[in-house]
Design a protein around this ligand. Structure first.
Ligand code: GLU
Length: 321
């Protein structure tokens, strides 16, 4: 009887001990949030992969992923300290640092670079029956210009401008989430939708299965003018065969998706996360086709803002400039 009691007490002690240890580990775990983008975009699955890497390789760090309107909203979350890390477009990152209006009322002084990720293309997804052969034909059409808080909307303004158009020239300007844009396009409630996102984003793949659609080209003198006026753009193409109904390469322009971090985040932590990302690049590659374009050698190409010292240390070690 005494022996049984003793065993019982010992088990109880062990339960209390291990649950206390668990609480301690929980309390010591550092929570880092990453503001991503549209659930039907590419930022979101890539941020998920970064979170998975931390889960598997950095047991003291937990990275939580938030979906958002994307680039402009994310820069503001960095400014307010509500996000520790974020994915956004490189053009918007510099606009944020400099506080360019109308997107930013004031500069975001604490935004720092971590790594460049992949090119994201300005893709105008249009219903075939809307007969939009050129951006110019968007005049008088119903258009989703980019989700609230997106970088897309800024690109839309600049692209329309290159073709001599303004929002006022459109029959209807819709600010929908990326998922809603796809639904509206399928239902015929809009004629076209702009997305600056990785080629192969489900925002375009999925509606393209349900409705006869196309990608409107951005090319010729207008693309040249755009690249000249806003050097963040490079001429690129949406390859044939990615979207149903798009059988030929479509010329367009692209910017770059980058990973940023707030200046206040501990340098050692930023170093460890940056290192873990590149040491586990397979996880990034597996999250989305665009993940295969994330490369250590290209980590600093197109990075428009100062690096965080933690990231800088890692790239110096690797000899990346
Ligand atoms: N580049 C987009 C934007 O900021 C977001 C793209 C994505 O979520 O994949 O508008």
């Amino acid at each position: 009887m005494k022996k049984k009691l003793l065993v019982g007490v010992m088990i109880l002690c062990m339960v209390v001990f291990f649950s206390a240890m668990g609480d301690l580990a929980h309390a010591q775990k550092k929570y880092v949030s990453i503001a991503s983008g549209w659930v039907v975009g590419v930022y979101f699955p890539l941020a998920g992969a970064i979170s998975r890497i931390a889960h598997e390789k950095l047991p003291d760090i937990k990275i939580t992923v938030e979906s958002s309107g994307a680039s402009v909203a994310n820069a503001k979350l960095i400014a307010s300290g509500d996000a520790d890390m974020a994915i956004l477009q490189n053009d918007i990152a510099l606009y944020a640092l400099q506080g360019i209006k109308p997107m930013f009322d004031k500069p975001v002084p604490n935004i720092r670079g971590m790594t460049a990720l992949y090119p994201e293309h300005c893709q105008i997804h249009a219903r075939k029956d809307a007969k939009i052969a050129s951006v110019r034909d968007l005049k008088g059409k119903r258009v989703a210009v980019g989700p609230l808080g997106s970088g897309t909307e800024q690109n839309t303004i600049q692209i329309l401008e290159a073709y001599g158009l303004k929002f006022e020239d459109l029959a209807k300007v819709e600010r929908l989430t990326a998922a809603e844009s796809g639904d509206y396009l399928k239902d015929g409630r809009i004629d076209a939708a702009f997305y600056t996102t990785g080629v192969g984003a489900s925002a375009i793949v999925d509606p393209a299965i349900a409705v006869d659609s196309m990608i409107v080209p951005i090319d010729g003198a207008q693309a040249d003018a755009l690249v000249k006026k806003y050097p963040f753009y490079s001429k690129d193409k949406v390859p044939a065969g990615i979207y149903k109904g798009v059988d030929k390469d479509v010329p367009t322009v692209a910017v770059l998706a980058i990973l940023v971090v707030k200046a206040e985040l501990d340098a050692d932590m930023v170093y460890r996360i940056t290192k873990a990302i590149f040491e586990n690049i397979r996880t990034i590659e597996g999250a989305h086709a665009k993940g295969k374009e994330v490369k250590l050698e290209k980590a600093l190409i197109g990075m428009p803002i100062p690096l965080h010292p933690g990231a800088e240390k890692f790239f110096k070690e690797k000899g990346i400039k």
